[in-house]
Design a protein around this ligand. Sequence first.
Ligand code: MD3
Ligand code: FE
Length: 208
Amino acid sequence: MKDLSLNGPSGLGYLPGYFDRDAQEALLAEIRAVVARAPFYRPVMPRTGKPFTVRMSNCGPLGWVSDINGYRYQPLHPDTGLPWPALPARLTALWRDIAPQAPDPEACLINYYEESARMGLHQDRDEETFEAPVISVSLGDTATFRVGGLTRKDPTKSFRLQSGDVVVLAGEARLAFHGIDRVLTGTSTLLKNGGRINLTLRRVTHPA
Ligand code: MD3
Ligand code: FE
């Protein structure tokens, strides 16, 4: 694992090409099966109701949602009312490989970026516990992501994430501000219609 922490918060790990092309295709097929049962929906910002440019779904016992009332984790899809599909075994295996000491993940947020989608600078802090890392997998077109420090004003650095790359946010970096500036169209052939899928595995509750 490479350390991208350089000047910023410690604990930002990078595993370029963790998933080879065959594994990316297998993982994508599993995600397509998840999304067939838990369709992508477009979340809106709390209070303002402004739609996100990213579409989202989840798998695992809990899913992250955003609507007019706020951000939260919940066991049911907001549109279908059905439980989120199970986490594919390949993702549990990734988590256990990288974070063998952590309790198993409870949520996998699936972000789908079409050409002009972005994600503004934010922290991931809707979980009850920040002890476990967040583990991210990128599929499809390359994206430029930005990571700062523990306050919004801290300086940021940007990196490119390619299909098959894994990012591990542990320690201080777990609460770093971060976002996706843009997706570089036409940089991958994995998704037939282009765009980018990002998976983030999270532990939400304290272990029993
Ligand atoms: C977590 N996703 O879903 S993942 C998100 O590519 C999210 O869709 C982005 O931010 C995406 O909440 C980024 C990689 C990432 C990078 C830096 C982080 C996740 C991070 C820093 C702290 C916590
Ligand atoms: Fe995030």
